[in-house]
Design a protein around this ligand. Sequence first.
Ligand code: PLI
Length: 459
Amino acid sequence: MDIRNYPAEPFKIKSVEPVKMINKEQREKVIKEAGFNTFLIDSEDVYIDLLTDSGTNAMSDRQWAGLMMGDEAYAGSRNFYHLKDTVKDVFGFDYLVPTHQGRGAENILSKIAIKPGQFVPGNMYFTTTRYHQEANGGKFVDIIKDVAHDSAAYDPFKGDIDLNKLQKLIDEVGAENIAYICLAVTVNLAGGQPVSMKNMKDVRELTNKYGIKVFYDATRCVENAYFIKEREAGFENAEIKDIVREMFSYSDGATMSGKKDGIVNIGGFLALRDEDLFLAAKEMVVVFEGMPSYGGMAGRDMEALAIGLQESCQFEYIEHRIKQVRYLGDILREAGIPIVEPIGGHAVFLDARRFCPHLTQDEFPAQALAANLYLESGVRAMERGIISAGRNRETGDHHRPKLELVRLTIPRRVYTYRHMDYVADAIISLYSHKEDIKGLRFVYEPKQLRFFTGRFEEI
Ligand code: PLI
């Protein structure tokens, strides 16, 4: 490995937040009290927190200054107009509905665009996205290409939709029974895998033939744009922002969690092209979020998001972001640790099936691996496997995803390369005595989104 392949931080550090490490005996107590669920560990007890890249980002001095420019008027805040203009500039959408975070936007979109019984095909699923689709009577169908379910296979655009699967679904159920296509850029649960511009164009062409709408999940769209620049012919010299704008030109609108590529701690939005849909969304936002000019956000948070979206599109920022994640993955790969290939945008994913071949999926290997990584090192990661997938609403059986993963999610602008070294060392050490990792069973299983608050014990 040549360190020169990984760019130095394109920022300097103005404010620091001390972290401390508790000893192994204390960690053992903590993980037991947390029911072997890393979501239930207190932040104070974590040394390096790779639970999520959601809302855990470091804002810039400009964003912090923006907070002071917050206009907290109940109606017509100036920060709303700044955010609206930014969304128009970056994504090309005319209509903006701010929400408290991504799932607020998913709730509204699902309510206005799904009729009960309709299908909602998507390139894999995200937990909250599918929850809202199903809660509004939609039937999620996975139409991502098969290779996305194979953790070891390399494909530069593993997030692409399989057009044959989409065509087959249209032929089988009829275009009128498809609410819309949900296209995520990048695909979180596939390992942060991008979608190619060609695929976005092809999906648009096919759906146009049938009058089917396409809504993107824009949550990590800038990371997706970087991969297009890096891997897709014809985009080598394109500006990141121009790539983002072209991506969204093939969509009818988008939901976004600003807590990821917006580089803020809270916020999100629904953006739309169609005025009638916008009017329907506005009727919903006042019920579930707040006035249309703030939705679920404070004025200051809209300002920080507007600034963060522009910063996210700076090449130096996004190159460092992607390559810092890749640095961790490259070390692990070299040490023979089973990870999802290729390394995605926001995280390195450990393949728990290959890491813990002595455990069956019913013994929740990814949940157990995440718990043991904390015990080993004070590093907090997250399960993304059978627990996250939940149960089938009709049969009550577990959904059984092929991918049984632990996600090491890197917050933006928060940790250094040395922190990545520490994480890699911890995982390599755990791998050397992986047989000690015991399977888990539920002692408390919530009905909805069980991964957040479920509790386990060792078998
Ligand atoms: O956490 P929200 O409600 O702001 O956003 C929901 C959401 C939507 N789409 C995608 C692709 C996500 O990754 C997402 C949230 N992700 C979380 C919390 C994560 O840890 O990945």
